[in-house]
Design a protein around this ligand. Structure first.
Ligand code: MG
Length: 449
């Protein structure tokens, strides 16, 4: 039985994700840690957050762990705190999911996402029900630390050229969507000498301003305000602020794949070394790596796979094409606020955001999905068909086929009985054509014996 998905445990609060479950997961973590060490626990702004956090705290204490409650904090803020002050972490968050959802995410002692193998061990303990319950005098010590977010902000300031940014007195409009980033991003930007205008900057788990998912259509007001006020940049977080998206000075949404590759370009100018990104990312990253003469590693989808590979190959930068960027000089996890500070450092060089986005190669994308009754069996047939085509093929996660002028990726969804088909090419028409070809390969495989 599985408990943890791509991003911890997620579901509707008090239905799928109950306090009993939070307690049992924390007790399982305590058993896995042999009742030794400290766990830092934080949550985003969701209404069900305090309930689940209290339950997780109780479970960890009951298993003999010391607990530090860091209160409401972005996921990367808890991760940074764990790295320096704890042996593990628990974040109560459902990231970009709607308000009725919540989730539980475990953090490893180095601040990175918990390794899959560790999650499997904890699942075993959880489903066996044989978790440790210590005797009364060994129940854990408890303390709170309201300083986690300030500590996190201070360390971002040390990881960028803060003086250079301060000298430019940027005007930035931020939309933190009433999520956990409301407690960090506006304050970080003020420390960076910016004039900050805010939208959705009150922490509020009813999310009255917008959904936690920062989709372009949800950021119209942000875009308008950037234009009206002549701001240099607009920035918007998801609910737990590990991701960030940007609006340029003209009010245009910055494609996240473009952001990823322009950030890679900038990092490589100063520091040459490997890049890491999932197979679903744009060819732009390959072009940027080739132009700089560095190696690019493709991984399975999921930020943990990117982060682990980055550690392994000593990468200088990595990330996903969804606004999840990883800067190893700061920490090995997606960090929205760090990405914003880094973008300001780039802007301090004098170029505007709209000029920067034009500096990366242009590609077009198409995607679709297809329901499937037998994901695993069909996937095997797709792999066999792909090999028959004699193209360059990558089977790290699903099947990716490289053509001379583009690629197709066919992947089973991790959460639904569907296949996703992605395609990319130099023109929109060709991307659509490749997508259709991917769909054909899939349909033939689904139907064949
Ligand atoms: Mg998130």
């Amino acid at each position: 039985m599985r408990l943890f998905g791509t991003n911890g445990v997620r579901g509707r609060a008090n239905e799928d994700i109950t306090p009993e479950m939070a307690t049992r997961i924390a007790k399982s973590l305590g058993s896995y840690m042999k009742s030794k060490g400290t766990v830092a626990i934080g949550c985003d702004t969701r209404i069900s957050g305090p309930m689940l956090k209290a339950a997780a705290i109780a479970g960890a204490l009951s298993a003999g762990l010391k607990v530090i409650d860091v209160g409401i904090a972005p996921t990367p803020s808890v991760q940074y705190y764990v790295r320096d002050y704890a042996d593990a972490g628990i974040v109560i968050t459902a990231s970009h999911n709607p308000r009725e959802y919540n989730g539980i995410k475990l953090i490893a002692g180095d601040g990175s996402e918990f390794p899959r193998a560790g999650e499997r061990e904890i699942e075993k303990i959880y489903f066996s029900g044989k978790y440790v319950t210590v005797s009364w005098e060994k129940t854990g010590e408890f303390q709170t630390d309201p300083g986690a977010n300030a500590y996190y902000i201070k360390n971002i300031l040390h990881s960028v050229d803060a003086d250079l940014i301060r000298g430019r007195r940027f005007k930035v409009v931020v939309d933190t969507g009433c999520g956990a980033g409301a407690l960090t991003l506006p304050f970080l930007l003020r420390e960076l000498g910016c004039e900050v205008l805010t939208l959705g900057a009150q922490p509020d788990g009813t999310f009255p301003w917008r959904n936690p998912e920062p989709l372009p259509e949800a950021l119209q007001e942000l875009s308008e305000l950037v234009k009206k006020t002549g701001a240099d940049l607009g920035a918007a977080h998801d609910g737990d602020a590990d991701r960030i998206v940007f609006i340029d000075e003209k009010g245009e949404f910055v494609n996240e794949e473009v952001l990823l590759s322009l950030m890679a370009q900038y990092v490589l100018k100063k520091n040459k070394g490997p890049l890491v990104t999932p197979v679903s990312s744009s060819q732009r990253m390959a072009d940027v790596a080739a132009a700089a003469g560095v190696k690019l590693y493709w991984t399975a989808v999921g930020s943990i796979n990117v982060a682990r590979k980055m550690m392994e190959v000593d990468a200088v930068f990595g990330g996903e094409g969804n606004g999840g960027l990883i800067f190893p000089e700061h920490q090995y996890c997606r960090d929205g606020a760090m990405a914003c500070a880094k973008l300001l450092e780039i802007l301090a060089g004098g170029k505007r955001v709209s000029e920067l986005t034009k500096s990366v190669p242009v590609y077009y994308n198409a995607k679709t999905k297809l329901p499937s009754k037998a994901l695993a069996a069909t996937m095997e047939k797709v792999k066999a068909k792909a090999l028959e085509l004699g193209l360059k093929t990558d089977t790290t996660d699903g099947v990716k086929l490289w053509f001379e002028d583009g690629w197709i990726l066919i992947r089973p969804s991790g959460t639904e009985p569907i296949f996703r088909i992605f395609a990319e090419a130099k023109t929109q028409a060709r991307a659509e054509e490749l997508m259709k070809q991917g769909l054909e390969i899939l349909k033939k495989s689904e139907g064949s014996e």
